[in-house]
Design a binder for this molecule. Structure first.
Ligand SMILES: NC(=O)c1ccc[n+]([C@@H]2O[C@H](COP(=O)([O-])OP(=O)(O)OC[C@H]3O[C@@H](n4cnc5c(N)ncnc54)[C@H](OP(=O)(O)O)[C@@H]3O)[C@@H](O)[C@H]2O)c1
Length: 336
């Protein structure tokens, strides 16, 4: 299976080349306690190529997440304390107030935003403040399809609206004169495995698969690669394979059949129309978009196969029992 292209766990090659302390860039992570954000911080520490900062929201905004599951403040505090002990600079700011945000970003070279889907708009003040603070590069919270393309797909839906906003944010970054790195990551496996599994199409096309954690892990390696400057880098952080190949692995590991339904574009549109407003509606929109790609224009790719051959996604044999299966159950409690 082509997913094996990305299957051990240490990053080697350009991504792990150490800089002398004088030349080390500082990476600041926003929404660092989220799924992708926390894995990104952990990998930055393990990789030891960049100095690491996290930006803590001083408060005031509604607490949000991509899935609907929220992180408790005590758990976040424990993370910040642990990261501080391990050399991370933790800076707090009112992220809606430039007078507070600009000094908090001073000294940042690369700003990585991992805000949840439903807080995409929280990045607007960040872009202005980053420009004022002299930040070199802004990595917006993307990590899904290639939104620059999806925004123009014919069928309007809640996910296409999110795609349009993410594409707009990239334009704002360019307008501010900041460098950017865009990291599409395909489908996060844990969001699409609830049974009966709704397969996008006939299950034979190759998709990019990531988990939230592998997305976080790959970000520092993409950033450390010179080809990521002002580039769209669509990764398959965990595997690059078809739905059928992925589900076959899952069946082997579970020792039973996985209930699945093969859904055409018309089926996804009907399912979307029948779904109530909320996070699940956006997920249905992903199926609508994925099944209307013009030939030769998939919304995902495998940038890491070419540029990060040493990066390995977590092996599926470990990932399914240790992370995906429990996470699917957890997500079902909020997504239904
Ligand atoms: N392709 C896919 O299948 C897929 C699936 C899921 C997510 N994604 C994408 O991946 C990206 C990251 O998502 P994620 O699931 O890792 O995020 P997440 O875990 O839901 O992020 C939660 C964190 O966001 C921060 N946060 C909470 N409320 C906020 C607010 N109002 N404004 C700003 N930050 C807030 C908090 O961190 P702090 O308290 O530390 O700030 C919180 O711990 C998103 O762009 C999302 O669209 C893609």
């Amino acid at each position: 299976m082509s997913g094996r292209d990305s299957n051990t766990e240490t990053g080697r090659g350009p991504a792990s080349t150490k800089e002398s302390p004088m030349n080390r860039k500082t990476v600041t992570v926003f929404a660092a306690t989220g799924v992708a954000g926390s894995a990104c911080v952990e990998e930055l520490l393990r990789q030891d190529v960049f100095d690491v900062q996290v930006l803590v929201r001083a408060g005031g905004q509604q607490e949000k997440s991509s899935s609907g599951l929220l992180n408790a403040h005590a758990a976040k505090q424990a993370r910040w304390d642990d990261w501080r002990r391990r050399g991370v600079t933790v800076r707090s700011a009112d992220v809606m107030d430039h007078a507070s945000l600009i000094p908090a970003l001073a000294g940042t070279d690369y700003l990585v935003s991992c805000v949840p889907l439903f807080a995409t708009e929280s990045q607007y003040p960040l872009i202005w403040a980053a420009k004022e603070a002299g930040v070199e590069r802004f990595v917006p919270s993307e990590f899904g399809f290639i939104y620059d393309w999806e925004q123009f797909w014919p069928t309007d839906n809640a996910h296409r609206t999110a795609a349009r906003q993410k594409a707009f944010i990239r334009r704002m970054i360019e307008l501010a004169g900041l460098d950017f790195t865009i990291i599409p990551a395909g489908l996060w496996i844990e969001y699409f495995m609830a049974e009966p599994v709704g397969v996008m199409g006939d299950g034979n096309d190759t998709f990019s698969w990531s988990t939230g954690r592998d997305v976080g892990r790959i970000i520092p390696h993409v950033l450390a690669h010179p080809a990521s400057r002002n580039a769209v880098c669509p990764v398959a952080a965990t595997a690059y394979c078809s739905w059928n190949e992925l589900l076959d692995v899952r069946e082997r590991l579970l020792g039973r059949k996985v209930e699945r339904r093969y859904l055409s574009h018309a089926d996804w549109r009907a399912a979307y129309a029948a779904t109530a407003e909320g996070p699940m509606k956006a997920i249905m929109g992903i199926g609508v978009a994925a099944t209307e790609c013009p030939p030769g224009m998939p919304l995902w790719a495998n940038w890491n196969a070419m540029h990060l051959p040493g990066f390995r996604g977590t092996p599926l044999e470990r990932l399914f029992p240790e992370y995906i299966e429990p996470r699917v159950k957890e997500l079902q409690t909020v997504l239904g």
